[in-house]
Design a protein around this ligand. Structure first.
Ligand SMILES: [Zn+2]
Length: 169
């Protein structure tokens, strides 16, 4: 029998409101099937796109957290970033993965040079009474750098004001 969206249910078992794929799975336990001549295909993506979900450049995450589930109602299209955020929020990332991501982010912060939004934030915090020492540790730069920012010797508004208009999110 050829797999179609209509007979999908006969390839699955119901588990609560989940539709669990009864066929072959990938090494990671995701439904895998021969679709349109392709030897293996990501069945979840296939179901998602046939249901009209916009998945181009996105990952299809099943919010019931069952790898074999093919209930379209449980599908959410997410960017990789959103998917990682979602997994972290749901405790699906291993502690090692989380620790590594945190360390990487910390390293990136340390190496980050200032930019205008951060310079403005420093001036804002300084005007609220934060000490140079506090600011230096908060923004991961030297006290000298903070002093220059606060006193208009670097990252002055007039010089780089144009950047506000070329900023692309
Ligand atoms: Zn499900």
């Amino acid at each position: 029998m050829r797999l179609t969206l209509d007979n999908l249910g006969s390839f699955c078992n119901s588990d609560g409101d989940c539709l669990l794929w009864d066929g072959a799975t990938t090494g990671h336990g995701y439904p895998s099937a021969s679709i349109f001549g392709a030897t293996t295909s990501n069945v979840r993506r296939w179901v998602a796109s046939l249901n009209g979900m916009a998945i181009e450049g996105k990952r299809v995450v099943c919010i019931c957290q069952q790898n074999r589930c093919l209930n379209f109602d449980h599908f959410r299209a997410m960017t990789s970033k959103e998917a990682v955020r979602w997994m972290a929020a749901n405790g699906l990332l291993s502690t090692t993965t989380v620790a590594m991501a945190r360390a990487k982010a910390a390293r990136a912060r340390k190496g980050t040079k200032l930019d205008m939004p951060r310079a403005r934030a420093i001036r804002q915090r300084r005007s609220e009474g934060a000490s140079l020492l506090t600011l230096a540790s908060e923004f991961g730069v030297s006290q000298d750098t903070c002093w220059k920012v606060v006193n208009g010797l670097s990252w002055r508004e007039s010089v780089t004001a144009a950047s506000a208009f070329t900023f692309r999110p």
